[in-house]
Design a protein around this ligand. Structure first.
Ligand SMILES: [Zn+2]
Ligand SMILES: [Zn+2]
Length: 600
């Protein structure tokens, strides 16, 4: 992999005589695999020059991927000025963390509203696809990408790229979970160990290093790392080379030189082999497999592209804090995230409560008169039936008890004083991280040809027709279901040619049950969606039309391409067997016949 830096500045662009060597543009990194796959990480102001250079070098068209860590301005401000997005014929995929309310697309569109920018997101000339990410792993043209939430006051993902035998990790914006580690000393446990695992054995680590340990105490909660911490965690993770990035706007070239020199001297004296440098605009390096010890890849097997449920009504925070001011701050943060709150005056009642009630997160006092947070945490870990390790327990304290917390199973510490924004991020990340029972259908292998066939039918977005409505009406009557559909699965949506019993004929592909049928190419019957881990948290199940039962048959045309389904939906638990399945197939065959007639 070849890495080139187009922007290394944090927070705000800072061009000028003091930053000529390391550069004034905000975050943007270009990565190329040996196969030529183009991946851009972050789109700060550095993206402008990158865009110009790509256009000059590729007059015939560009295919690329953009990974956004989060939507703070310094990571997206170059996007409206990234010219390759405006050129017809280019093709881009944009990936970013999925928030509670907004999709990546919506968040990016926000900065391009007319008040802020004259051209809207919809006016990109290139084909642009948006992908919402959670923690997990996915692949882009032979590059394996693992995502991990970072510690920042916005939902932020770090990216670990593995290709050609080499590993690159991009980890900004991030600050230590533990304040004791800020100066680069102390034991690495819990959340810090998890962060180290994400960085493990990287040949090149690009890490947030905005502050020094001396500056950090005034910047706690701002979401950035002191260099001493970045270097310490890199050493612990067996990283070969660390590139410091997200340079503070106040840091001039000379003081960056000095900073790196001091770090190198310290590493030399301690006999460490870790190489350190400060990332500079225009710098280009080859990431090659080094002789570091590392796992082949971080052990993650969930799909990062699986959409996570935004159903915040089903999320809840359990809170027992004696200090009324802290309770009010946390309650406001929970409310702002539209998550339910359950407060307890007696924290010792919580372990019993959790035995029957699900929660997304628990916040407790560490030590107040009559309360031992560690003991309660231990009781929660011992008592809850439903996978206790996956329930985040956060302790509020004046200082961390790292060892005690580790033993009791504490997930994280919030140390006083803390801002409400900080707690809000915690609530957001922890409630989102809870296991999600909603799986997006995979994309079929013959997707391109399949979409070609679908387009050639010329039926998408046409008016309702009696010959199709007849079939869905028959299905609804025969099977006594409230809803029957002839649905077509387009690249980003499910569109219904005929909907009997349903108003809206369009839903996103993420939510589509039929997309599963299109992928599997066989009849799918879901008797009870609430008992199916693929659908239980799907918004079509948790909200209107409250799908409880689904049966869909694939519409496979003569050329073998599956374009959609004939399906039935009920709000009651149902089953479908034997002869009934035969009837569904008969109706499906009629629908296929009508569809092919359209194109003929
Ligand atoms: Zn930033
Ligand atoms: Zn940020």
């Amino acid at each position: 992999m070849r890495v080139k830096f187009w922007g290394t500045r944090g927070s705000i662009a800072k061009p000028g005589p003091d930053t000529t060597r390391y550069g004034g543009n905000t975050s943007c990194v270009e990565v190329r695999s040996s196969r030529g796959t183009l991946i851009i990480i972050d789109c700060g102001t550095g993206a402008h020059a990158l865009g110009q250079s790509l256009l000059a070098a590729n007059p015939k068209g560009i295919r690329g991927h953009i990974l956004i860590t989060h939507t703070h301005w310094d990571h997206i401000q170059g996007l409206p000025f990234f010219a390759p997005l405006f050129v017809p014929g280019n093709e881009w995929d944009i990936y970013g963390p999925k928030g509670l309310d907004d999709s990546v697309r919506e968040s990016l569109a926000g900065q391009m509203q007319y008040t802020y920018f004259p051209v809207a997101l919809d006016q990109f000339g290139a084909i642009v696809r948006y992908h919402d990410l959670v923690e997990g792993v996915f692949e882009i043209d032979g590059v394996r990408i693992t995502t991990r939430y970072l510690n920042h006051p916005a939902l932020t993902l770090g990216y670990r790229l593995e290709a050609d035998g080499a590993t690159l990790v991009y980890s900004t914006d991030h600050e230590p979970h533990s304040r004791t580690l800020a100066a680069g000393e102390g034991e690495i446990t819990g959340q810090e160990e998890r962060h180290a695992e994400f960085l493990r054995g990287a040949d090149l680590l690009l890490h947030d290093a905005q502050y020094t340990a001396r500056e950090y105490p005034a910047k706690i909660g701002w979401g950035h790392s002191p260099v001493e911490y970045a270097v310490r965690i890199a050493q612990h993770a067996g990283v070969a080379k660390i590139g410091l990035t997200h340079h503070d706007p106040m840091r001039d070239d000379q003081s960056l030189d000095q900073l790196v020199e001091n770090l190198r001297a310290k590493l030399r004296n301690s006999g460490s082999k870790l190489e350190v440098f400060a990332a500079a605009e225009g710098m280009s390096i080859e990431v090659e497999p080094s002789l570091v010890q590392r796992p082949n890849s971080v052990a993650v097997d969930t799909d990062a592209r699986s959409a996570i449920t935004p159903a915040p009504a089903d999320r809840s925070v359990v809170l027992a804090i004696s200090d009324p001011a802290a309770t009010a701050t946390i309650a406001a943060a929970v409310e702002a995230e539209k998550v339910r709150l359950r407060t307890f005056s007696d924290a010792s009642a919580i372990p019993e409560y959790l035995k029957t009630e699900p929660a997304s997160m628990v916040v407790l006092d560490h030590r107040t008169p009559g309360v031992d947070g560690l003991a309660i945490c231990k009781a929660i870990r011992n008592g809850t039936s439903a996978d206790p390790q996956s329930l985040p327990v956060i302790l509020l304290a004046d200082s961390e008890d790292t060892a005690g917390g580790e033993a009791a199973g504490v997930t994280e510490w919030i140390v006083r004083p803390f801002s409400s924004a900080y707690v809000r991020t915690k609530v957001r990340t922890w409630t989102l991280r809870t296991a999600c029972r909603w799986v997006r259908a995979a994309i079929p292998e013959d997707e391109e040809a399949r979409l070609g066939t679908l387009r050639s039918l010329r039926v998408l977005d046409t008016k309702p027709e009696a010959r199709f409505d007849r079939i869905t009406r028959l299905a609804a009557a025969l099977f006594d279901v409230p809803i029957a559909l002839i649905s077509l699965v387009d690249w980003d949506r499910q569109w219904c040619k005929s909907c009997c019993g349903l108003q809206a004929g369009v839903i996103s592909r993420d939510e589509s049950f039929c997309a599963h049928v299109v992928h599997d190419r066989q009849i799918m019957i879901v008797s009870d969606t609430l008992r199916d881990p693929r659908f239980a948290d799907n918004p079509l199940v948790t909200n209107a039309p409250r799908v409880r039962f689904y049966a869909g048959a694939p519409l496979i045309l003569d050329n073998g391409k599956c374009v959609g389904t004939l399906c039935m939906i009920d709000t009651r638990v149902r089953s479908l067997e034997g002869a009934s399945i035969g009837l569904l197939q008969d109706l499906r065959d009629l629908a296929v016949q009508e569809l092919q007639h359209t194109s003929g």
